[in-house]
Design a protein around this ligand. Structure first.
Ligand SMILES: [Zn+2]
Length: 393
């Protein structure tokens, strides 16, 4: 046993506690914010929330945590819906644990929603950060969680080589999903669901983090700042016994690019049905996905909608449907509607916006950010429809 180790109940995280005690300082009690290593100026802090229960540890720099600590959401009881579970967790051949549908699930159905046990700025948990070398910072942060949250955290998989990575950042980097956190706007401090500037953080969820990857997933993950919870919705109908999957990577990249990303960031070789297609079919799939990516970049990153014929836009939507990529289908319909508003007239543009709304209502529900964008588009369309037409003289 390490001479500096304290007695351990789970044998995982309690070594080096004596050194931690030297570098940890509580800087606020209401709610509890801890500066882990006060020897370094500007060192990251962590926030235990909700107050007194520590179901969640939030890791960030002090100015952000001051803002996050003031959210009224931490004082409100969590009323997440827990319907009869649509799934169970079980071993999946070659993948460790995974999520299996225990009954048929309809497209658009909410499969699961839950709050993370860990959330924070990705830069603080990444391998390049000095605190990863010994894990002291992350161990200190996790130590204050309630027992159920801590057990749930340490039960998650760790794909990172233990010789190079501490177990806590290893678990974080194996299981994290992106979350969007409101920043800067004072309204966000009272209501994190309000529309404001946002920044991308990462989070670990006891259940959501169990879902495995597929390059044609049947579920879509979205994070709701209003409830500070992650949600999975079914992209299509899912049969009982089918594995529920999400994506860990961009689906518009070709298979080789997706597999290389997953191998270097998640340490597994993707053997999903799409990546396992015969070579000729995989070439067709890759070509479609790359064309979808080109089209999205061309429109979404332009300052003004570029002139693209409706036949090309329709073709791109068709590729997304053929590939089963509903998020990309919705994005193509939305940005296609913007192009059509400028070049093809109102009626056709409104039809595309309506189609986009159907897609996002299904896969992201009523709080989807895309629906807010479509609300804006609807107002523009209404104003254009009400404007007097130029006289033909
Ligand atoms: Zn794959």
């Amino acid at each position: 046993m390490n001479p500096h180790a304290s007695s351990s109940t789970d044998g995982v995280y309690t070594t080096l506690l004596l050194q931690e005690a030297d570098t940890t300082r509580t800087i606020s009690w209401n709610p509890q914010i801890v500066l882990s290593d006060h020897r370094y100026e500007g060192a990251p802090c962590f926030l235990y929330a909700p107050e007194g229960q520590a179901d969640l540890v939030f890791v960030d720099y002090f100015p952000s945590l001051q803002s996050i600590a003031s959210w009224s959401i931490w004082n409100q009881p969590i009323h997440l819906q827990h319907p009869v579970p649509a799934f169970f967790i079980a071993p999946i051949h070659g993948k460790g644990l995974g999520m299996i549908a225990q009954r048929p699930i309809n497209a658009g159905e909410m499969i699961v929603t839950e709050r993370p046990v860990w959330a924070g700025r990705s830069r603080i948990s990444c391998a390049a950060d000095q605190t990863n070398a010994n894990g002291i910072f992350h161990r200190a942060a996790i130590r204050g969680l309630s027992e159920p949250s801590r057990i749930a955290f340490f039960a998650l998989a760790n794909s990172y080589p233990p010789a190079q990575y501490d177990v806590v950042p290893g678990i974080l980097n194996t299981n994290c999903l992106g979350i969007t956190v409101p920043t800067r706007d004072s309204r966000a401090q009272q209501n994190p669901g309000s529309r404001t500037d946002t920044e991308t953080y990462i989070a670990c969820f006891p259940t959501l983090s169990r879902a495995n990857h597929d390059c044609t997933p049947n579920a879509h993950y979205v994070f709701s700042p209003a409830t500070f919870a992650g949600e999975f919705r079914a992209i299509r109908n899912i049969a009982a016994g089918e594995e529920i999957t999400i994506t860990y990577t961009s689906l518009c990249a070709p298979s080789a690019e997706r597999c290389a990303f997953l191998a270097t960031t998640r340490f597994f070789d993707c053997r999903c049905a799409t990546c396992a297609l015969p070579a000729a079919q995989l070439r067709v799939s890759d070509a479609r996905r790359m064309r979808i990516r080109e089209m999205l970049v061309k429109i979404e990153e332009a300052r003004f909608p570029p002139r693209i014929p409706i036949s090309e836009l329709r073709e791109a939507v068709g590729w997304a449907r053929s590939e089963g990529l509903r998020v990309e289908e919705g994005r193509l319909l939305l940005c296609g509607s913007q192009v059509l508003t400028v070049y093809d007239g109102l009626d056709v543009a409104m039809g595309w916006a309506k189609e986009a709304r159907k897609v996002f209502e299904t896969i992201e529900g009523a709080r989807s950010e895309y629906l807010r964008k479509l609300d804006d588009a609807y107002r523009v369309h209404q104003r254009m429809a009400a404007a007097p037409r130029p006289l033909n003289i």
